[in-house]
Ligand binder design. Sequence first.
Ligand SMILES: *Cc1c(COP(=O)(O)O)cnc(C)c1O
Length: 351
Amino acid sequence: MSWLSQLVRPDILALQAYEHAVWEPGLTRLHANELPWRSDCDDTIAGLNRYPEPQPQALVAGLARLYGVAADSLLVARGSDDAIDVLVRAFCRAGRDAVLICPPTFGMYAVSARIQGARVVSVPLKAAEGFTLDVPAVFKACTPDVRIVFLCSPNNPTGNLLNAADITAIVRQLEGRALVVVDEAYIEFAEAESCAPRVRKFPGLAVLRTLSKAHGHAGARCGSLIADPEVIALLRKVITPYAISQLTLEAVLKALGQSELRAAAERITQVRQERARLSKALGSLSGITRVWPSAANFLLAQFADPDAAMARARAARLLVRDVRGFPGLGSALRTSIGSAADNDRLLEAWA
Ligand SMILES: *Cc1c(COP(=O)(O)O)cnc(C)c1O
């Protein structure tokens, strides 16, 4: 507990967790002020008149199996966005502590920090070297008030994987000083190993995984934080007790079935093939000056006239993401890998 007590908010460490109604499915529930009747439109298995099981065991076990980790190392949340928020709230004292991010990167780390009143320290990725980590600069910027370092691999919006040796160096160097959170929202699309099983070896490492991207369940809102069991036990006190709705629980348990997982793997292969095709085709268009390599399900491209490209996409009734506001991405737009037909329409609009 000692390393963690140095990092986490002391009031969270001392916090008495909310005592939710005990979970004993065999008994009649007269202890949670629920109605005894289901409504006619309720087609769930368990009934929406009942509160769901907090941190549902079957779900936690299924996700832990999927990610190759122990069940006590996994917190299930309403998407990884929720897990990011819980992390920042548990580790950062408002007005005193900070998080470190490496822009251009996913926007939620900074937004969650600001909501909590935590400072945001930025150490830019090295754009000229393919958006790689500036490891010495991370060490230098990691003052004692930095409690969490967010690394995103593959990184959104640049698409590249971070170097595994760089991540390991940062985790080792910051051991006991900051929690290093590796956001692997897109790892299934990459040809790389997840860091998740390494949390056993490195208590200062935490990994975010989600069903929103490769598993096609963005609407279900189901993300996981994988970390040392002590960190997970602590965060279970902070996350809202009924975070996972019965609707999400039942949908995700289905999605974790063998045949569903096989189908998901086939769709990942399809995305990778479309990514290669779209990347090559975009690279040959005269209005596009650069397409970055991607290990994710999106592509980042640099345009001679990004305003015109945005307008032409919209005229074809396609939305792409304007990422020009990110530091260092002056004239770049990001597009998801759509269906082959979507991608053809985009290519036509930008031809
Ligand atoms: C999309 C995305 C997420 C959000 O995932 P949810 O599980 O849907 O909340 C997290 N991190 C990155 C980098 C993303 O791009």
